[in-house]
Design a protein around this ligand. Sequence first.
Ligand SMILES: Nc1ncnc2c1ncn2[C@@H]1O[C@H](COP(=O)(O)OP(=O)(O)O)[C@@H](O)[C@H]1O
Ligand SMILES: [Mg+2]
Length: 234
Amino acid sequence: MNELWPFEDKVRHPTNTPERRWQVCGRPPRTDDYSFDEVEATSETAWLQRWSSLIWSRMEVGVPSSVILCGPSGAGKTGLAISAMRVRVQGCAGSLAGWNMMTDVIPHPPVTRGPLPAPVWFETWLDLQARLRLARRLSRYHDDMPSPDEMMEELVNCLDLLVLDDIDIGGYSPAKEIDLLTLQRRIDLRKRTIYTTNALPETWKTQFGERLADRWSDPRFVQIIALERPSLRR
Ligand SMILES: Nc1ncnc2c1ncn2[C@@H]1O[C@H](COP(=O)(O)OP(=O)(O)O)[C@@H](O)[C@H]1O
Ligand SMILES: [Mg+2]
């Protein structure tokens, strides 16, 4: 139950199919066929696959709810994150009302509202910044446009899985540190988050700030998966 979907649906709408859900979760184009079947099976990919399919209430204590995939370009970070999304999307994880609404045949007006996040949601750091900037401008004139703070609230509270891709882009800024710290609240809510970054853990203190670097180094909350080039490139 949350503000974005203030009621919960009891039945799945006919439009709410796995295929349709897969189309509305914000993935980049040409990733339709991404899955764990397409990546080399290593202990890391096996761990991530299992993590994606775990049922939280039965989950063993101590399994972290956030994952940071790091490594050079082409290592397969984005692909792995999307593979994890597929598992959650197949299972219709998260708010049924959210999925019913997002898979409805009538598209939501993108101009005033921006894309609503689906319960499993992919966004690059850059796209999120652009969406927040647009919201800052439009929410002054449109009552139904959420403010940037409300949008961040949605990302914190409403999503079963949030994938935030390429968070190192743009380097450090205090505003970025605040956004990322805000999203850390998802950890307390036991909601899954996957971050991807080219930046290696040694540089996180300067890239993201001391507080985040410290929290991200706690394996009770965050699983770090370091990938090497180019094991996953087809
Ligand atoms: N799960 C996947 N399924 C299919 N192809 C993948 C998958 N992961 C990676 N690839 C392939 O490997 C390439 C590089 O992976 P990508 O995830 O984009 O790397 P990174 O995000 O680390 O730069 C992709 O362009 C894609 O062709
Ligand atoms: Mg990538």
